[in-house]
Design a protein around this ligand. Structure first.
Ligand code: UDP
Length: 138
């Protein structure tokens, strides 16, 4: 199976709940290695650029407002089948629909404040990792 990289963001709601360590443990137990990480508070421009694919969606402004509302923890994860493995750990976008034992089922409150972001494909992951960790892809 291919070694892949994916971008993960622990969103402001989960950082505020003080569960970064618990989420990192899930990554590590699943065999995902943290190859880059930084904690930051995103600017509006950074958040808008990151979510540019959603710019026409009705929830875009609320999503950006939420993502800049507090610090986030951003990491690049590496491992076998990392993109899907990470998506499985995250659970469905809407925590009410997320499977028991997933990060969103356990830590998220709503579809807006849903604890984590994860790249949805290998190519998207490359773009997202380059956005936040240019040195890793240079
Ligand atoms: N989102 C939202 N309302 C919606 C759909 C999505 O607030 O009706 C937010 C939510 O935070 C989600 C993000 O937009 O994580 C990106 O949406 P996407 O469909 O890509 O879901 P994800 O890949 O994060 O599961």
């Amino acid at each position: 199976m291919a070694i892949e990289r994916t971008l993960s963001i622990i969103k402001p709601d989960a950082v505020a709940k003080n569960v970064i360590g618990q989420i990192y443990t899930r990554f590590e137990n699943a065999g995902l290695k943290i190859v880059a990480a930084r904690m930051t508070q995103l600017s509006r421009a950074e958040a808008e650029g990151f979510y540019a694919v959603h710019s026409e969606r009705p929830f875009f402004k609320d999503l950006v407002d939420f993502m800049i509302s507090g610090p986030v923890m951003i990491q690049a994860l590496e491992g076998e089948n990392a993109v899907l493995k990470h998506r499985d750990l995250m659970g469905a976008t809407d925590p009410k629909k997320a499977e028991k034992g997933t990060i969103r089922a356990d830590f998220a409150d709503s579809i807006d404040a849903n604890a984590v972001h994860g790249s949805d494909a290998v190519e998207a992951g490359k773009v997202e990792i380059a956005y936040f960790f240019p040195a890793l892809t240079a």
